[in-house]
Design a binder for this molecule. Structure first.
Ligand code: GLN
Length: 490
């Protein structure tokens, strides 16, 4: 068995029962082991640095050479962190997986990475992703695709595919990613792990290389729900460097729920019908049955405008991207083309060489949508649709506590299967984009297997309902017992 397959089995298969091996534990268990004195931060670092060095998934783009020597008494006890390549990290390559930023080493570190390091989670490495977070399969990376550890011929999802594959493959204890339209939740679903997109504004965006600023939000990718809560607790907080950051009104609690008595779940027919594969539907229906066994109620609740979410998103996100990416001109950051002639040809040549095809497509779409004469017809209308979608959720949360639906309409697809068809790729996020447009929090947890591949279940709640979501997710996670299902996989 290969090193990565071995690590994968250690995470999801039957454990070997050797408590001195870091990979046998969740991050929360590692923190406890350090507290109890059975493992040291140096031992954890050393094991994970070795595992990360043996990366066969192309999950990492950069790895830390040295143990930073974390403090065992810090809240996160030195459990190291994999960081998506779009977080700026001082002196460390931060390219958002784009040629245009190849070699760029920022002079500062993103607030969230700094916060986590201060809490005792030092950076183990930078992870692969779709270029500028545009994609759903990680195949848009300038540095090659990432393999899904469940089946290396399949995609890990995207755009946080490297972070998801590293955690699922057992070569990182936990990771952070970003979600603009689904980029934490969808790869978490396709890799059989937990991914949480917090309420817009709870986590600072300072130092995140921007894609669509009104949607981008950082969040955790972890082996289980408790780890997601523990990591998120140290990510949230207002930041003077990000005027849209609000922080979280209360502390993120470690979840404890075992039951769902009295919790009202709403199933939107629009997000559970057309396009959802039969295998995904079967796992989703089994999850609904579990919710009822645990004492929760399940009713149908409409989200009538969610069918327009993908169309609105692919006007708004490219519009914001076209403005955000204007700064990459060969003068201020990263790559500069060896252009003869005037300044304009330097810009053009740099952008022609530096951006990949999907990024160019988005810049063209966004520039067109924002051009005078078309602005109202496209951007203005898409903004109105966005408001309608947010109103649908608000009305739904008058009736139910949480929305439940699958995270992705399909399981992990084959590498290359959707690269020639952008629309098919865009539809990978049809179940996650509505929550992004509404700015509300949502988690994906593993619900079971279809054809031997993981299926994600998504729970969404009103703004700042992270604690409610985490509690319900924990109760459901316990009842589903994905680890046993994965172990029985064959
Ligand atoms: N897949 C979606 C896109 O390509 C979402 C990406 C994301 O959330 N960063 O835009």
């Amino acid at each position: 068995m290969s090193a990565a397959a071995d690590a994968f089995a250690a995470v999801f298969g039957p454990r070997s029962g050797d408590p001195s091996r870091a990979v046998e534990h969740t991050a929360a268990e590692l923190v406890a082991a350090v507290g109890a004195g059975t493992l040291s931060p140096a031992e954890i670092w050393s094991e994970y640095a070795t595992l990360a060095a043996g990366d066969e998934l192309n999950a990492y783009l950069w790895r830390a050479a040295e143990d930073p020597g974390a403090d065992a008494a810090a809240p996160l006890a030195g459990v190291p962190l994999a960081v998506k390549d779009l977080f700026c990290t001082e002196g460390v390559p931060s390219a958002a997986a784009s040629r245009i930023l190849e070699g760029y080493r920022p002079p500062y570190t993103a607030t969230v990475v700094e916060r986590l390091a201060a809490a005792g989670a030092p950076m183990l490495g930078k992870t692969n992703m779709d270029e500028f977070a545009m994609g759903s399969s990680n195949e848009n990376s300038a540095f090659g695709a990432v393999a899904n550890p469940w089946d290396r011929e399949r995609v890990p999802g995207g755009s946080s595919g490297g972070s998801a594959a590293a955690v699922a493959g057992g070569i990182a204890p936990w990771a952070i990613g970003t979600d603009t339209g689904g980029s934490i939740r969808q790869p978490a679903a396709l890799c059989g792990i937990v991914g949480l997109k917090p309420t817009y504004g709870t986590v600072s965006r300072y130092g995140m290389i921007a894609f669509a600023s009104s949607l981008d939000q950082a969040g955790p990718l972890t082996r289980d729900v408790t780890d997601a809560a523990l990591l998120l607790r140290h990510m949230v907080g207002g930041d003077a460097c990000d005027s849209t950051s609000t922080g979280h009104p209360g502390e993120i609690e470690l979840p404890t729920a075992e039951r769902l008595d009295g919790v009202r779940f709403g199933v939107p027919p629009e997000l559970t019908g057309d396009g959802v594969e039969p295998g995904v539907r079967a796992v989703f229906e089994a999850a609904l049955a579990r919710i009822e066994e645990l004492g929760g109620s399940v009713t149908e609740v409409p989200l009538p405008h969610s069918g327009h979410a993908i169309s609105a998103y692919y006007v708004l996100a490219p519009a914001e991207a076209s403005a955000n990416l204007a700064r990459f001109d060969g003068v201020r950051y990263g790559r500069r083309a060896a252009a003869d002639g005037d300044l304009l040809s330097l810009y053009e040549q740099t952008r022609e060489e530096g951006f990949g095809p999907e990024v160019k497509r988005r810049i063209m779409l966004g520039t067109y949508a924002l051009s005078s004469g078309y602005y109202d017809a496209y951007y203005g209308r898409a903004q109105r649709v966005r408001t309608k979608i947010a109103e649908d959720f608000a009305a739904a949360f008058d009736q139910v506590d949480l929305i439940v639906c699958p995270t992705s309409p399909t399981v992990a697809f084959k590498l290359g299967e959707r690269t020639a068809d952008p629309l098919a790729m865009y539809l990978s996020d049809v179940l996650t984009v509505p929550m992004s447009l509404a700015g509300i929090p949502a988690i994906s947890i593993p619900g079971g297997l279809a054809d031997g591949l993981p299926v994600g279940i998504q729970l969404a709640g009103p703004a700042f309902a992270e604690n409610r979501i985490l509690d319900a997710a924990l109760a459901l996670e316990r009842a589903i017992d994905f680890r046993s299902q994965a172990a029985a996989r064959g």
